[in-house]
Design a protein around this ligand. Sequence first.
Ligand code: HEC
Ligand code: HEC
Ligand code: HEC
Ligand code: HEC
Ligand code: HEC
Length: 205
Amino acid sequence: MKPIKRLRKPLAALAVVAAIIIAAGCSPQGEEPKTAEGPDPAEQTAAADPASDWSLATDCTTCHSTEAATTTEASLGAGAHATAAGTDCATCHSDEAALATVHQGADATGAMPQKLRKTSVEAQTCQAAGCHDLSTEEMLALTADVTDLTDSKGTTVNPHEVMGLTPGHGDIACSDCHGMHRETAAADTCVGCHHAGVYECNTCH
Ligand code: HEC
Ligand code: HEC
Ligand code: HEC
Ligand code: HEC
Ligand code: HEC
């Protein structure tokens, strides 16, 4: 996670962001999985895990029908990304080695996961080239007017500033606020720690 810096050129940044949003589609890695560069994916999988024939090229939908259904749900992140950026499962779930381990021995009859436990979708995946590859300033400008994070004392925090506020906030992931297969509310991310409804500590105990 890059440290959040002060917003220096808000207007310029806004213009850049607007241009990016209008002009650029996401060109996800998933579109052209594993080109000529590097070893043959089949060989790679075999070398890493001889017991499994799972790869990112496997049809995910046969087992993960719940998540697959969300990709046609316009109100959910997975649906919005499929429409606006042509994402497929592997665009976001791109850590093939970790996922291959997760899928060792997995079959369609097992209980399907309700949340990510062994892998994650990192900020760098969201901010890959052609996707949300925005500078810190541009990220802050995107949500400069967003008031979703307002506490009971009326203190409003820019959501894209939160991750850089203090070291402990660095663990907050894009997907904590931007769920892809489920509805999320940014403010729910805060309540586990800011249990008294105010964005401060050390004032009461
Ligand atoms: C044969 C059925 C099957 C197929 C096909 C399949 N999965 Fe899975 N997947 C599972 C099962 C079962 C689990 C739970 C494994 C466990 O946690 O022990 C799982 C777990 C996962 C997880 C959760 C990882 C975590 O962090 O806990 C992700 C993400 C995932 N699969 C993505 C994919 C993607 C992407 C594809 C297609 C490229 C795919 N799966 C294809 C059965 C399948
Ligand atoms: C603390 C919560 C929070 C975190 C963490 C967060 N965001 Fe946001 N983000 C928001 C809110 C709230 C909005 C404005 C409402 C909306 O669009 O969902 C927003 C808006 C956006 C938008 C504009 C969406 C649109 O439709 O115009 C993008 C793109 C975005 N965020 C990407 C990211 C990325 C990439 C990360 C991780 C690096 C991230 N966000 C982390 C809360 C968060
Ligand atoms: C735009 C990015 C994106 C795409 C596309 C995407 N996912 Fe996910 N996936 C996530 C994120 C982020 C999470 C963490 C939970 C959440 O945000 O909903 C997740 C969670 C999961 C989980 C864990 C269980 C759960 O529902 O939380 C599975 C399994 C999974 N995804 C499978 C898939 C499959 C299969 C596809 C393709 C049909 C897919 N994902 C497409 C980003 C994505
Ligand atoms: C993992 C626990 C945790 C989460 C989650 C968390 N915070 Fe905090 N937050 C803290 C702690 C601890 C402090 C006090 C930090 C310090 O004094 O160094 C703090 C301080 C703050 C401050 C004051 C920062 C400063 O410079 O004095 C603000 C504002 C804040 N949090 C907002 C938020 C918002 C908004 C969210 C939700 C998007 C959030 N926090 C989520 C633990 C958390
Ligand atoms: C508005 C006042 C207030 C603020 C601000 C506040 N707390 Fe609390 N906190 C309380 C009260 C009241 C209790 C329960 C009584 C007690 O045990 O002190 C409590 C209890 C706790 C406990 C359990 C303590 C125990 O011994 O069981 C933890 C941990 C805690 N708070 C952490 C935090 C953190 C971290 C923050 C900032 C993110 C925070 N609190 C902000 C009022 C507050």
